[in-house]
Design a protein around this ligand. Sequence first.
Ligand code: AKG
Length: 330
Amino acid sequence: MKDIESLLPVSGISKDFNDWGTVLLKGALTKDFISPLRDKIVSILIDKNIIDDSSRKWKAHNTYISETSEEYSDIYKEIFTLPELHHLKMSSVISKLGADLLDSPVFVHPNITFRISCPVQEGRNFTTRSHQDFITIQGDRNTTTLWFPLFDTTIENGVLSVAKNSYKNGILDLVFENCGTKLKDEDLLDWHAGNLRAGDIIAFNSLTAHRAMPNISNKVRVSIDLRLQKVKTPISESAVVPFPAFYKNWKDVFPCHKQRSEFLYSTDLVDIIPHSEEYDQARIGIVFSEAKKNNIDTLEYLRKISKYHSIPKIANEAKSLLDEIESKVL
Ligand SMILES: O=C(O)CCC(=O)C(=O)O
């Protein structure tokens, strides 16, 4: 694996980004810019007993929150409604960075995402496997993610790793891997990772392969994924609504009119297109066929699909496979 620093732009941000499908933007955000959100998230995680109150260093308690737990839903909702999270996506700092990367005015996706990655434990390693975002995000292939940690993050702490030039070969094949899928030929890719400071950003194209390093430290890693794309390009209908498993619509996220007028903006600048399930079928098919062999490593993924998948037929199939394995094996 190569050092992430070799993804620092040399010929210009948009030129290198366009060429490599990823760049490192060092010190792109100031501590003042991210600390209001970071402080709020720290308080929530202390409150929920996920991190240790005394250290202020994100030291994890001996807990593991999986994305299918009730606890995760509560934390998700609490963080997703923080004004500080939505201020961030609406900031001119972000749209200026996006414009520099894509050489065009940009539309920032309303669905800003955050990740809470707990240290891995025996049998609980849900580290993000290698994948391409296009499968789930869809819309314009040049949709770009800005990924940044909210505090200094090391390789041991589970930083994100990206594969230079990997966007050039379209959609890549997947294989089954503990709890889900990974890219079949991931070992052939040109991976880059390294320690990041709070304020550093990794930008990558929606076809760029990326994965997280396992969090083998004793600290929780919290990071943001913020997506944006050139104006007047297609965007999937699913990218402009809040996470459907938790919210019916934006009014549900922001019941108060004042917040709605502050945090919701027009989608007129992009061209909304239907979301296609076609791209996700391969991934789900791989996991379902593994589940039919009673592989218990599929359990967490089946829980996720049965709980969150928007197509009832797929969610129901995941649920019945889950019940079957649990009755046979556990
Ligand atoms: O932070 C992670 O573990 C994964 C991030 C990711 O997959 C993304 O930003 O698309």
